[in-house]
Design a protein around this ligand. Structure first.
Ligand SMILES: [Zn+2]
Length: 260
C-alpha cells in the first residue's frame, strides 16, 4: 500500500499503524483525488482521471523543460530559452496544465485533500530526477505573510515537504520571503505578471551561509509564464546564490489548447 505522507517502518508500532489504516480504509474507503470514485489505494487517482493527466516526458528543452513534439537533438533549446533566457538553470514540471491538473491544483491550494501533495510530489520526483544531485535545498515559493495567515496553507510548502520525504533533501522556508503583497497572477498578461512580482521577494540576508553553499530547487504548484520563479531567482542571485533550478507539478504550455 502506498501512502503519501506516512513513513511505514517495521515493528509493533508499524503494525498498529497499518492496522489503523486498514480500519480507516474500511470505514472511509479511499477515493479518487479528483472525481471521488472508489480506488484501490489511498492518495491516488482512478484510472479514468489518471489517463487524463498529460505527463511531460522526453524530448523536452533541457533548460525550460518544455516538451518538444519531435526530438531535435539532445542539446537543442526551445525558442523561449533562446529568445528570453531565464535566470534559473533548469525548470522541470511533471504534467501539462490540463483540466484535471487544474482541478488537482485548486484542491491542493485550499487544503481540501492533504494527501494530494503526496500524489503530486511522487510525479514531480520522477520529472525532476536531474535536479536532485548535489543535495540542493528545496525552497517553496512563499506566500505573503497575510495571505498565508488567511489561507493557513501554502501548497508549495506542502509539495516541498512531500518531495523532501521522497528525495531525502531538506526544505528551507526561510530562504526567501514575499515582502510585497502582490495581486493574484491569474488573468494578468505576461508583462503585467512580470511587473506584479518584480521586487516582491526578499532573500534571507545570510542566504548563502544558510544554504552552506548548496544550490536551490524552487518548488511551485503551477508555472504559468514563469514570472514568479524568475523574480525569486533574481532575488536569490542578488544575495549570492548561484545554482537555482525549478520544479513544479503542472506547467502551462501555450499553444497546447489548455485552460490557463
Ligand atoms: Zn477519478
Amino acid at each position: 500500500m502506498e501512502l503519501g505522507d506516512a513513513k511505514v517502518k517495521a515493528g509493533p508500532a508499524a503494525a498498529i499503524v497499518r492496522l489503523g489504516r486498514g480500519l480507516l480504509d474500511f470505514v472511509y474507503p479511499p477515493t479518487c483525488l479528483d472525481c471521488g470514485a472508489p480506488v484501490a489505494t489511498t492518495a491516488s487517482l482512478c484510472p479514468g482521471c489518471f489517463g487524463k493527466l498529460r505527463p511531460i516526458t522526453a524530448p523536452y528543452c533541457p533548460v525550460m523543460g518544455l516538451p518538444f513534439e519531435v526530438s531535435i537533438g539532445p542539446d537543442a533549446l526551445s525558442a523561449e530559452a533562446i529568445a528570453d533566457p531565464p535566470p534559473f538553470d533548469r525548470a522541470r514540471s511533471a504534467v501539462l496544465y490540463t483540466e484535471v491538473a487544474q482541478a488537482l491544483v485548486a484542491r491542493m491550494k485550499y487544503g481540501d485533500r492533504p494527501e494530494l501533495a503526496g500524489f503530486c510530489a511522487r510525479m514531480m520526483h520522477g520529472a525532476g530526477r536531474d535536479l536532485w544531485e548535489g543535495e540542493p535545498v528545496l525552497v517553496p515559493v512563499p506566500l505573503h505573510f497575510w495571505r498565508q495567515v488567511s489561507r493557513r496553507y501554502n501548497q508549495s510548502t506542502e509539495l516541498a515537504r512531500a518531495l523532501a520525504r521522497l528525495t531525502g533533501l531538506k526544505v528551507d522556508t526561510g530562504i526567501v520571503r514575499r515582502t510585497r503583497l502582490t495581486r493574484q497572477q491569474v488573468g494578468l498578461s505576461k508583462d503585467a505578471r512580470q511587473r506584479n512580482v518584480a521586487g516582491a521577494f526578499t532573500p534571507h540576508r545570510d542566504a548563502v551561509a544558510r544554504l552552506k553553499g548548496r544550490g536551490v530547487v524552487l518548488v511551485d504548484d503551477v508555472i504559468t509564464t514563469g514570472s514568479t520563479v524568475k523574480a525569486i531567482t533574481r532575488a536569490l542571485k542578488r544575495a549570492g546564490v548561484e545554482k537555482i533550478d525549478v520544479i513544479s507539478f503542472a506547467r502551462v504550455v501555450t499553444g497546447a489548447d489548455l485552460p490557463i
